[in-house]
Design a protein around this ligand. Sequence first.
Ligand code: LAC
Ligand code: ZN
Length: 481
Amino acid sequence: MVKEKVDVEYNKVTPEIAGELGTIFGEKNVLTEVEKMESYAYDERGKQFRHMPDVVVKAENEEQIAQLMKLANAEHIPVTPRGAGSGLAGAAVPLYGGIVLSLEKMNKILELDEINMVAVCEPGVVTNDLCKAVADKGLFYAGYPMSVESSYIGSNIATNAGGAKVIKYGSTRSHVLGLEVITPTGEKLSLGGKRRKETSGYSLLHLMIGSEGTLGIITKVIINLMPTPNATVDLLVPFGSFDDAVKASSNVIRTTKVYPVSMEFMDIFSVKTTVEHLNLPPLPAQDKAEAYLLFTLEGKNRDELDELAETAGTACLEMGALDVFVASTKTESEKVWNVRINTPAVVLEKWPHVLGGDVVVPRSETAEFIGRTKKILEKYSGVQISFYGHIGDGNIHPVLIDTANRTDKEWMEFSETIYEEVCLLGSQMGGTVSGEHGIGFAKKHVLGQSLGNYPISVMRGIKKVFDPDGILNPGKIFDLK
Ligand code: LAC
Ligand code: ZN
């Protein structure tokens, strides 16, 4: 099994240091009892990957965070920033113990600026709460990670989260205008702002986005808002092969001449598993289909939606669709989206050992990637795979499922070996090892293999500039040495 971390020496949090943390954060915001800290030791990658911190602190303002970083540097103690813990790559897991810095209390929306069409908020605002607050003002936040109901906006930015609306609106990065950040050495950086253009030197703003809490701690975000979208229609389209589904996805975009709001796919295994587990009515053509496309189109009014649905349906039939189901009411839309949205949770609920992935390839390679991944799986027994994801972005979630009741340790070794091969396959096909879940510590090994030494050494150099002592979130994205 790949080693989780290299040996780097850090100091432990002593009772004296815990006392100093109490002075900075207030006693009520410092947790030292094991039972209270347990839920801060892992993320949604799974409990088996947990590492206990020495202490958890809950910040209420940036000043406390700046003081914390100065103290942590002076005492040589690692700090791991943490949002809602909904990450899938272990970025918020305190690999080396030390201090977990929770942003859960920095959860205020500070300003909804209707003239500039921006929201200013603290990092711990639940993304869905931001969506609702801006909707009340007739505005729209276009980020839509699938964890929208639990994840925090600051963490979406730290991961450059993707989700189901990237094809039309871009990843989280596209919506960030500004950030305030405390650096690993406790300095304050103000990056970007309400302004919309900038050609003023290297973009530290974009360097910070997606850095997974290794270069700074986000304390304030300035988010771009958009006008509220028009009405939408959803199409669910079964296909006899992935190849047809992929060709159809591009044909839909070309012929409708608009980017869909979402363009998702599910394989037949994901569909059957979810439908049966949740006792839902079967989807159309469940007996013949290998893959389903599920996409959402936006139009000004009913007539335009009908026309778009007609054009898109024809585009799918031209590429071999088995049927076209148009969901034009809210209930019908919910019914089809229900399957896609619930698949990840259903798979996790049904099998004790599951390893989810997040590979990206050029859209044209999606079917080939799925076929070659299935070939890899033929070498092994006692494992099942489910595929779903964001076909418009070529972002596939191949999910490995243990069907042989392995122990935790056996499964970790077994599944990670397969996974490494699958990720590298994606990267060799012109893709990358993560499209939206990030690297954390889960994928640093495979990232190193896919990028090679030089890019990683450049990243290490950048890390060193911000964090000379390797205090902030060590062991994530790459090892420090
Ligand atoms: C999804 C998550 C797993 O797409 O990224 O459902
Ligand atoms: Zn996804």
